[in-house]
Design a protein. Structure first.
Length: 343
């Protein structure tokens, strides 16, 4: 098999179309991202059919764009990686069908990548000092998980949410406060205007003795507050402040507990919530006090993107040889622990 150096990465799991070209030796050559936020904002959330149709419109122009920016042509590619799951089935099918068809025409491998693995490994895109093993806090969309990462494809689940994820708690609370989609960033922005101490919200399972999470009770508590108070601008900001404080405190406490339980000293924060500045500030403060290191993706790689998919494929190809199989299926639900590259 030819040396796998130049990889095209395609991400289409939800509401962002991401494309990137990554070189195994030279790093990220080019990447582009189209977000559907403006379109879905009219409906207050992602409409799966509209998401799929928009991926179809955007994908090929973005592929041409990144190829031009990378200074290469499609014939130079050694493999094409795409998000196989988890995600919206229709959106995943767009990326998978384009990736496999294009790979077939070029006679190169098409590689299905786990969306959360892309997020988990994304801090390595910009910081090569991160080494295995480490603890990863995955906070992406409907996922909140603590994983022990011993290598590429070697993931052990330590704890996960039993109901709503942290991202869902942000988004649902934001909706209760009348904020636009996507709610998480809007709530964080509003929280900057909030006053500490006015409201105190529950920290579900913060001291449960395990590493699992639960955020549905927090959402219910926010709902109760919105019904008990007149929602003038300051009250909305104060509730946003209390909501963010509660979510961040739980995430921080559980992450520290995972480090203590495993004896590891490196923590990776990955996924959209990883862009939250208050979470970063709290974890950085804890790291300086407790002597561990915390790693984040660059802000542009916190959201879904093609670069993390291409990069995950490069690391995977270093672990095992891949043959050109162009049959594809998508996996809207997919347990990260099911990955095993040694097989």
């Amino acid at each position: 098999m030819a040396t796998m150096k130049l990889i095209l990465g395609i991400e289409s799991s939800c509401d962002e179309t991401g494309v990137a070209i990554y070189h195994a030796e030279r790093g990220l050559l080019a990447h582009a991202l189209h977000t559907q936020v403006a379109m879905h904002n009219e409906y207050g959330g992602v409409v799966p059919e509209l998401a799929s149709r928009d991926h179809i419109r955007r994908m090929l122009p973005l592929i041409r764009l990144v190829a031009d920016e990378a200074g290469c042509c499609l014939q130079d590619l050694n493999a094409i990686a795409y998000t196989q799951g988890p995600g919206l089935s229709g959106a995943l099918l767009v990326g998978a069908s384009i990736a496999c068809s294009l790979a077939y025409s070029l006679n190169i491998p098409a590689i299905g990548i786990h969306h959360l693995e892309g997020h988990l490994l994304s801090p390595l895109l910009s910081d090569s000092t991160l080494k295995f093993p480490f603890i990863a806090l995955l906070v992406s969309g409907g996922h909140t998980q603590l994983m022990r990462v011993d290598g590429v494809g070697k993931y052990t689940l330590l704890g996960e949410t039993l109901d709503d994820a942290a991202g869902e708690a942000f988004d649902k609370s934001a909706k209760l406060l009348g904020l636009c989609y996507p709610g998480g960033p809007e709530l964080a922005k509003l929280a900057n205007q909030g006053r500490p101490g006015r409201f105190h919200l529950p920290r579900p399972m913060q001291h449960s003795g395990n590493l699992d999470f639960s955020f549905s009770g927090l959402k219910t508590a926010v709902l109760t507050l919105t019904r008990q108070h007149t929602l003038d601008e300051q009250t909305r900001a104060d509730i946003a402040y209390a909501t963010q404080e509660a979510i961040v405190e739980v995430l921080t406490t559980k992450s520290l507990a995972a480090l203590k339980q495993t004896g590891l000293s490196q923590l990776v924060i990955a996924g959209g919530v990883g862009a939250n500045q208050h979470l970063r500030a709290q974890l950085n403060e804890a790291a300086s006090k407790s002597g561990f290191r915390v790693f984040y993706p660059d802000l542009e790689f916190c959201t879904d993107n093609g670069a993390m998919i291409a990069f995950a494929a490069v690391l995977r190809l270093q672990e095992q040889e891949m043959e050109g199989d162009y049959r594809f299926n998508v996996r809207p639900r997919w347990d990260l622990q099911q990955l095993n590259y040694s097989e």
